[in-house]
Ligand binder design. Structure first.
Ligand code: HEC
Length: 208
């Protein structure tokens, strides 16, 4: 429980201008101006952010190319192979363990652990409160298996392109529905609207 509180506090320190503004509005007493995020932030957080942001554009490029070539139903197989592969490549290159997770996962392995779940639920609340979904992140040092571990979670918002495979069931093409049923019989990752948080990039590494 304590870990999540630390995470939430850290999240506010990470440039959540809105949360700070809110806190100020609730406390009219002259408060010192909050430190800019760049001053409050540990260098590892910037590194994790950079790595987390390097993967989605690569996957997006692959998706766009494959959808143009074979429609969304053709791109599903490519996504299944390429997405984990790109995450693995980023892990090897950066030294972080990089994965994708979701509260409603498609890949049976993309289940969030307790820390990731708390972060994803927090993202949903913050997005509902008006924070831009593309900026949502949380970072914290938490103890995992007795080891202090740096953890970073960054939201992946649903864009229009994503709804071809993650949108409401009645908006998916029959070919996409059939392919998803064949490959992911336990799929929970449909029903998303543009702007919804589809999941997150999650990074972790032992404190060096
Ligand atoms: C062509 C179909 C397709 C499109 C378009 C697509 N996805 Fe996916 N998505 C998939 C498939 C298939 C998986 C399962 C991949 C795997 O096995 O790792 C997946 C998995 C994911 C996951 C991992 C968590 C989970 O549910 O398994 C996230 C996060 C995700 N997609 C986000 C997005 C976002 C954001 C977009 C738009 C930028 C997008 N997807 C566009 C097919 C698609």
């Amino acid at each position: 429980m304590q870990k999540f509180i630390v995470a939430a506090l850290l999240a506010q320190g990470l440039g959540m201008a809105q949360a700070q503004a809110q806190a100020q509005a609730q406390a009219p007493a002259p408060a010192p101006a909050p430190a800019p995020a760049s001053q409050a932030e540990a260098p590892w957080v910037a590194d994790a952010r950079k790595v987390s942001m390097s993967v989605p554009p690569k996957l997006l490029a692959v998706l766009q190319e494959e959808i143009a070539r074979g429609g969304p139903e053709g791109a599903i197989l490519v996504c299944r192979d390429q997405a984990p592969q790109l995450a693995r490549a980023a892990s090897l290159e950066s030294g972080w363990t990089v994965r994708r997770v979701s509260l409603r996962n498609r890949n049976p392995k993309a289940v969030p652990d307790a820390w990731e779940r708390a972060g994803l639920e927090d993202f949903d609340r913050r997005a509902a409160a008006g924070e831009p979904p593309g900026t949502l992140e949380v970072a914290a040092v938490v103890v995992v298996d007795g080891k202090p571990t740096q953890r970073y979670l960054r939201a992946l918002p649903t864009a229009a392109l994503c709804t071809q495979c993650h949108g409401p069931a009645d908006k998916l093409s029959p070919a996409v529905v059939a392919q998803l049923k064949a490959l992911y019989p336990d799929d929970r990752a449909t029903g998303y609207q543009v702007g919804d948080i589809r999941g997150a990039m999650t990074l972790s590494r032992a404190v060096p």
